[in-house]
Design a protein around this ligand. Structure first.
Ligand code: GLN
Length: 527
């Protein structure tokens, strides 16, 4: 079922394979009918992750990149919508020469081709099939998986089934029954899993492993325990203890080579040491999805919370994340006062905007370390224009079309676009960082690339007017037309970017802007 940690499981399996010297990527299959995640609300589906090549993708792709420390492409996410779109295009073109086009074999063939193309250049491709066995939606994908084993050397296709073992409170016992039934369901679709990964609050003990093995017709040493952990980056280590990577490679009949797990282990140890530090840096995330329940909140900003975790781990700093709801400006302002650092994340639409602007003002005036991401930069510009440049009614036209000072606006060429899907400025773009700025110092180089996902820009007509009262446009697009970074000279840490640097932070390579923020937050705490 969803939320079980299939993404982390797939990423961890891939990482273990990679650490033994093989090239590997992951492919996420989302059985929903949307073509991609771009038009979905974060509360619906979690965060929309953006790849270098501009894919608006399932958030699991973020885990793949973070665990493998490797870029993925939009190709690495397949949905029902995408595969039908391909198939129907072929049908319209007349490619099927009058034949009846069917789910099996035409759709399943299309899926298999897609998988083969995606994995072409790799030694291994780890494919995560979303949803639950027994759902209508993932039947064609499971069928494709079945056919792939049939049509290839069986050693080349390995099935790993992730199941849930609930512990019933009333009797305190871990139950294998749901696992037995889901395996039964999977077998009815023609797939006998080679490995069963049992997710549970507690580790699986020997009797339970034996029971699953017996009822599910699997080898006992291929039943893997995946208990809850307080840090997802510990999962590869848990699997490694059970030799999961080695066993998978053995089944694939390849020689597991040299082991490169050391850097990963050291990174996790650093995170552990960080958590034991007494002093906790309070980092606020100010957003509007906050009130729709804890889970959706955390999922909507997962790349940001992970980026903070990476930075704090590297700096061996303990931290807490404080969620501040921007729909109540007065309350938000009060809460921000107690913070050591503040992040205004990306966002769309009009709610909670004034609360965010108030928060930014507070950070500017009280020297609270501040990092603005995308919408965060746009609102920092609005705040600056209103309160420091004297354009009292300045705004972004996304929020107020009638504003006399549209400091954030659509570019001419974007005005024509009416479609909502895939029409934003998406993916990696270069920026040139100004010499002598904090931004340049943090990145350590002049030319950098960050990922984008937005429609609006700082209005080029206002660039000159804005460089006032310590505000510096510290990074621009190579042609100088677009503002990519801003900062303040008279502030310990006030940086904002039009991009989404959180997508490029990796546990083994924390992002400089997040590192800078945590470092300054720590200083403030100490002071
Ligand atoms: N809504 C803003 C825009 O479209 C900001 C988007 C974002 O924060 N990702 O430009």
């Amino acid at each position: 079922m969803s939320g079980l940690g299939k993404g982390v499981t797939a990423s961890s399996v891939a990482r273990l394979i990679q650490d033994r010297g093989y090239s590997v990527s992951c492919l996420k299959i989302d059985p929903y009918v949307n073509v991609d995640a771009g038009t979905m609300r974060p509360t619906e589906h979690g965060e929309v992750f953006v790849t270098e090549d501009g894919g608006e993708i399932d958030q699991d792709l973020g885990n793949y990149e973070r665990f493998l420390n490797k870029d993925h492409k939009k190709q690495h996410n397949l949905t029902t919508g995408k595969i039908y779109q391909k198939l129907i295009k072929k049908e319209r073109r007349g490619d099927f020469l009058g034949k009846t086009v069917q789910i099996i074999p035409h759709l399943t063939n299309e899926i298999i081709n897609y998988i083969e193309e995606t994995g072409e250049k790799e030694d291994f491709l780890v494919i995560e099939i979303g949803g639950t066995v027994g759902d209508y939606e993932n039947i064609p994908f499971l069928e494709a998986a079945r056919q792939m084993r049939l049509e290839n050397n069986p050693k080349d296709v390995i099935y790993v089934h992730v199941t849930y073992l609930p512990i019933l409170k009333a009797i305190g016992e871990q139950k294998t029954k749901p696992t037995q039934h889901s395996v039964k369901e999977l077998r009815a679709q023609g797939i006998i899993p080679d490995f069963i990964i049992g997710r549970s609050e507690q580790p699986l003990d020997k009797p339970r492993k034996e029971k699953i093995a017996l009822f599910c017709d699997a080898e006992p040493n291929k039943i893997i325990s995946a208990p809850n952990v307080d840090n997802i980056y510990k999962i590869p280590g848990k699997f490694k203890q059970q030799e999961l990577g080695k066993k998978i490679l053995n089944q694939a009949d390849v020689e597991p080579e040299e082991n490169g797990f050391q850097t990963w282990r050291e990174m996790v140890q650093k995170m552990e040491r960080a958590k034991r530090k007494q002093e906790e840096v309070k980092i606020a995330l100010v957003g509007k999805y906050i009130s729709s329940g804890d889970f959706s909140v955390r999922d909507s900003y997962i790349s940001i919370t992970e980026a903070i975790k990476h930075a704090a781990g590297e700096l061996e700093t303990n931290y807490s994340i404080e969620w501040i709801d921007s729909t109540n400006p007065e309350k938000a302002k009060k809460e921000v006062e107690k913070m050591d650092a503040v992040i205004i994340p990306g966002g769309f639409g009009t709610s909670g905007i004034e609360g965010k602007i108030e928060t930014i003002k507070k950070c500017r005036e009280d020297n609270i370390p501040f990092l603005g991401l995308c919408l965060g930069l746009q609102l920092a510009i609005v705040e600056h224009a209103r309160n420091q440049v004297g354009l009292k009614k300045a705004h972004s036209t996304e929020i107020n079309e009638e504003t006399p000072h549209p400091v954030i606006d659509l570019l001419e060429e974007q005005r024509e676009i009416e479609k909502k899907g895939n029409t934003m400025r998406l993916g990696a773009y270069s920026a040139v960082l100004k010499e002598g700025t904090k931004t340049r110092e943090l990145y350590g180089k002049e030319k950098i690339k960050e990922r984008h996902r937005h429609r609006y820009e700082v209005n080029p007509k206002y660039h000159e007017k804005l460089e006032k009262e310590s505000l510096v446009l510290s990074g621009k697009s190579p042609d100088g037309k677009l503002v990519e970074f801003i900062e303040r000279k008279d502030h310990p840490y006030f940086i904002a970017t039009q991009a989404h640097p959180e997508f490029k932070s990796r546990p083994e390579e924390p992002h400089p802007l997040f590192k800078g923020l945590v470092e300054q937050g720590k200083k403030r705490r100490e002071e």
